[in-house]
Design a protein around this ligand. Structure first.
Ligand code: AMP
Ligand code: MG
Length: 520
């Protein structure tokens, strides 16, 4: 295979001297060399054409046996040295010590069209960081990661990407709901891509071990390769680096809030240093608009990672990163100022984002209140977030009476919209209409603008579950159908109206649709 291979990470950062693949604490190193597991009967189920091009893979190479072998881990390309990264993390608010790439193996880096890509296999077998687990991934979670990461990209949300989805041909034992019912599932491997897979946790583990030398080496590497516009390493630039990570993290989370994405496990080991959405596990999409919703059953008691708490958790995680970087900066105030900015900017950016969802362009002091009132009414009955905002773009100035009719398809139980609630809606639409009259945009112009921020199609939880159910029966067509649909989430797609609909009733309490565990 003809690729423009690079190897900056392993070349420039300290390696674990032990090369044996055994579980261990890895000190004074950023990674361990490891080979992917040999799979029995690998089969590619889907390939992202866009990412094939992004890596500069030719059509011939894409269709070759070598492609299958390389992107499922059976063949290691010459002059490449696969490795697993060492990181730690705060999980559910507690320091968890060393975690690391337990089931991700980095193959190599590729440079193409002036972009750097780190290529990683998820589910390719044990590493020194696998702890008590097997390093493998099952088909259901692999389909979910594959489809969602590409869908997020097309929604305009910063994210890692995916190149291919494959079956390994091996069976994997899982206890899907952690209830003692173990069963074999099909093993799968996703090859995924990002300029870097570095997480907050890669920095935290070094700080926790007081290994300031390696910490500095890693931060310098990160700035050199991924934040080079900040200049050469210095205390001042470390501060700027933290400021930029903070800004990117906020930007990513505001996008999540805009499209109704709930990550589900915002542990610091799942926070990318580049501000990319990373590690698609028990994530979910809001159906009914609900700040308290989390898809993750592992978090159902405290709901730490619920929709409405994501911005706060972003901040909490940044505090942990600030602590990790502190030994290099040795000053508290600048770090605190950046965290303070995050809070202020969160208010500013969410207001901007909500205004864009409502088609409001000019500044108006009362917009906060208008949005607050909307959220209050939205929470009174189960109201589909995607349908609501998409249909709202059909609102016509001066026609407040029609408001409720325009959005009624979003109500899950229309009967629940009592007279009092309907009145609250009418009042809100009157205020919205009055507010729109201050804008100069024509209705048609506003519709177009709103439709670029309010997606028509998102990967509803039941949609991936349908693709998974089909795939488990050996039928992979729906994976491609959804993949193609979600490439144009903001477009009207007349043939695909069936996906612009509320979650069907059967999916309300179905495992995989509304309930997901970390087991994957
Ligand atoms: P997560 O919360 O899924 O991002 O995973 C937390 C940690 O557990 C990471 O270090 C993962 O690499 C590791 N991990 C998760 N699943 C597995 C698995 N099946 N085998 C080995 N390690 C795993
Ligand atoms: Mg993870």
């Amino acid at each position: 295979m003809n690729l423009n291979l690079k190897n900056t990470f392993a070349k420039e950062l300290p390696a674990d001297p032990i090369e044996e693949n055994s579980r261990r604490q890895v000190k004074e190193a950023c990674f361990s060399y490891v080979s992917p597991k040999h799979t029995k009967n690998p089969k590619i189920l889907h390939v992202s054409e866009e990412m094939v091009k992004a890596l500069g893979i030719s059509e011939t190479d894409k269709l070759s046996e070598e492609f299958v072998e390389v992107f499922t881990g059976n063949k290691v390309l010459e002059n490449t040295t696969p490795y697993a990264m060492c990181y730690g993390g705060h999980q559910f608010g507690n320091w968890a010590g060393q975690l690391g790439d337990g089931r991700a193996i980095n193959l190599f880096e590729v440079q193409h069209n002036e972009k750097q890509w780190q290529v990683q296999l998820k589910g390719a077998g044990e590493t020194p960081y696998s702890r008590t687990a097997d390093g493998l991934a099952v088909l259901r979670s692999s389909i979910r990661e594959y489809l969602c990461s590409e869908a997020m990209f097309h929604l305009g949300v910063p994210t890692t990407r995916a190149l291919s989805l494959a079956l390994s041909g091996d069976d994997v034992m899982r206890d899907m709901l952690y209830d003692g019912n173990q069963a074999y599932e099909k093993g799968a491997i996703v090859s995924r891509l990002a300029p870097s897979f570095l997480r907050f946790g890669n920095f935290e583990i070094l700080a926790a071990r007081q290994d300031h030398k390696t910490l500095k080496t890693l931060v310098d590497y990160t700035i050199k390769h991924h934040f080079s516009h900040l200049g050469t390493p210095s205390k001042e630039n470390y501060i700027k680096f933290f400021a930029e990570v903070s800004k990117r993290t906020l930007d990513m989370i505001v996008h999540w809030q805009r499209v109704g994405f709930v990550h589900g496990v915002m542990n610091t080991d799942n926070m990318s240093i580049l501000g990319l959405t990373i590690d698609y596990g028990p994530y979910g999409w809001l159906e009914g608009f609900d700040f308290g919703w989390t898809p993750n059953t592992t978090d159902s008691q405290h709901k730490r990672y619920r929709f409405g708490n994501q911005p706060n958790i972003g901040l909490w995680n940044l505090y942990q990163l600030a602590n990790a970087l502190y030994p290099l900066i040795e000053a508290v105030e600048p770090l605190e100022a950046i965290l303070e900015d995050y809070k202020n900017n969160f208010e500013i950016e969410s207001l901007k984002m909500m205004c864009s969802k409502l088609g409001l362009e000019i500044n108006d002091d009362k917009d906060n209140e208008l949005i607050q009132r909307l959220e209050d009414v939205l929470l009174l009955t189960e109201t589909d977030m995607t349908l609501f905002f998409r249909n709202l773009s059909n609102f016509k100035k001066g026609d407040a009476k029609k408001g409720l009719e325009i959005v009624e398809a979003a109500f899950y139980v229309p009967n629940e919209v009592s007279d009092t609630i309907a009145q609250q809606w009418r009042d809100w639409f009157e205020s919205y209409d009055a507010r729109l009259k201050k804008e100069s945009l024509l209705d048609t112009e506003r519709t177009i603008k709103m439709n670029t921020v309010n997606p028509k199609y998102v990967l509803r939880n039941y949609m991936s579950q349908l693709a998974i159910d089909e795939a488990n029966k050996g039928n992979y067509k729906l994976i491609d159908e959804l993949f193609q649909l979600l490439k144009k989430p903001y477009d009207e797609q007349p043939g695909n109206e069936k996906w612009f609909a509320k979650r069907p009733d059967w999916a309300r309490h179905k495992v995989g649709c509304s309930m997901l565990s970390c087991s994957s």
